[in-house]
Design a protein around this ligand. Structure first.
Ligand code: ATP
Ligand code: MG
Length: 394
């Protein structure tokens, strides 16, 4: 029944040149989201974006794909009437209502627009006449011009577009409109959610994962690839850098006080991620840290970790309770994968009693024990990294 979708997007603050950038990025993301779902054509007409379906397609699949495109506020499925004659238009509108609303006990209002001014009826007349036709055909329906249950939109152009339903989109901004950032992606619950949230603001995502073979398995690494592909459903393809962190972790374990292991390890993760970020043109780092969640996320620990970064570090779940993060994780489809029980490189070398209030000076002094070897090890880890392009898994 629906031959097209009208895409509604947030327009506040996107005037002038920004508007074109926003719209073009949105069109690009729509094309990417639908590339495997159907044949279609995306057009921009008078400040509106339409997706025209060419031939048959799976409605649910297309709607699901569109609801993953950031920047879309609402998706309206559109019936298109090719023959502009009045008799035909009324019939198409009536048949649409008949099919779209099984129960006809609702109030409605017709809101028509006449882009083609040669059309013989003015919009007020179209509203009144279509209303009258519908009341006659479906006596259970009634008109309410102030707060209708159903707003029936009719746009007369070279063809006539009819729509009344609106499916909520994810909001946010199209990926590609706000630069790039580097996500520190672990196999946990929090970092995929953090990546999703920053991508929602239009930021392109690259990712870095630190693994420690043989202490962490191939399966643990595969889990991170799986998570990257889930985030890619929304964020688009993600370049995942996989860093072999084993030697660095062993060196820290050997040379530094054990209660400081986690903090020192986290500082090296940030340093390495920032170095790759810089090479890749990313402008910030993203982590899934949340205040107080674990010893390495007290304010003192966050300050100690943050101190080694020169780029801004985005921590979008910083003020969230675990429950709130889990809710988003479930909603984006990552939770089931995140809770698979594979070891994490942080959990292997943890101390029984890690410092919860690290002093940056003390940590720096401990790191001094690594001075002669660490630069070479970091260089090697970055140079020998594996890069996997993670595309959406659906
Ligand atoms: P998550 O659920 O994201 O793993 P977490 O609650 O387990 O978070 P930590 O293990 O303290 O918390 O990690 C804090 C943040 O550091 C993570 O959200 C992630 O951004 C980053 N991080 C931790 N371990 C790794 C890793 N092995 N590879 C890449 N990033 C990591
Ligand atoms: Mg973790």
């Amino acid at each position: 029944m629906f031959k097209a979708f009208l895409i509604k997007y947030g327009e506040i603050g996107i005037k002038g040149k920004n508007r074109y950038l926003f719209e073009d990025a949105l069109i690009k993301q729509i094309k990417y989201a639908l590339k495997d779902a159907a044949a279609f054509d995306v057009t921009k007409q008078q400040g509106r974006i339409y997706v025209h379906m060419l031939g048959s397609y799976d409605y649910d699949e297309v709607v699901a794909a569109l609801t993953r495109v950031f920047g879309i506020v609402a998706i309206c499925p559109v019936v298109i009437c090719d023959d502009p004659s009045w008799d035909n238009l009324t019939k198409v509108v009536g048949d649409y209502i008949d099919e779209a609303y099984e129960d006809k006990h609702f109030t409605f209002k017709v809101d028509s627009r006449r882009a083609d001014k040669r059309y013989p009826k003015k919009s007020m007349e179209i509203n009144a006449d279509i209303g009258e036709y519908l009341l006659e055909r479906f006596p259970e329906m009634s008109v309410d011009v102030h707060k209708p249950d159903v707003m029936l939109n009719i746009e007369v152009r070279e063809k006539t577009y009819i729509y009344s339903k609106s499916i909520k989109g994810p909001g946010g901004m199209p990926v590609g409109t706000n630069g790039k950032a580097m996500l520190l992606l672990s196999g946990g619950i929090d970092s995929p959610v953090a990546g999703y949230m920053i991508a929602k603001r239009g930021v392109t995502i690259d990712a870095t994962y630190f693994h420690a073979p043989p202490y962490t398995s191939e399966r643990a690494k595969q889990k991170v690839v799986d998570l990257a592909r889930i985030v890619a459903r929304y964020a688009g393809p993600i370049r995942l850098n996989i860093i072999n962190f084993t030697d660095i972790q062993l060196a820290i374990y050997e040379k530094c006080p054990h209660d400081e292991l986690t903090i020192i390890m986290r500082r090296y993760m940030m340093r390495i991620a920032e170095q790759i970020a810089r090479e890749d043109g990313a402008l910030g780092l993203i982590t899934g840290e949340s205040i107080g969640q674990v010893a390495s996320q007290t304010l003192q620990s966050l300050a100690a970790t943050n101190a080694v970064c020169t780029m801004p570090v985005f921590r979008p779940v910083i003020g969230f309770d675990k429950n709130d993060i889990v809710e988003i994780s479930e909603q984006i489809g990552a939770f089931e994968t995140s809770i698979q029980p594979y070891e994490d490189c942080c959990t292997i070398f943890v101390a029984k009693h890690p410092v919860t209030k690290p002093n940056i000076r003390v940590i720096e002094r401990s790191e001094h024990h690594l001075a002669d070897i660490i630069d070479g090890m970091m260089e090697e880890a970055v140079r020998d990294r594996e890069v996997i392009l993670c595309e959406s898994d659906i």
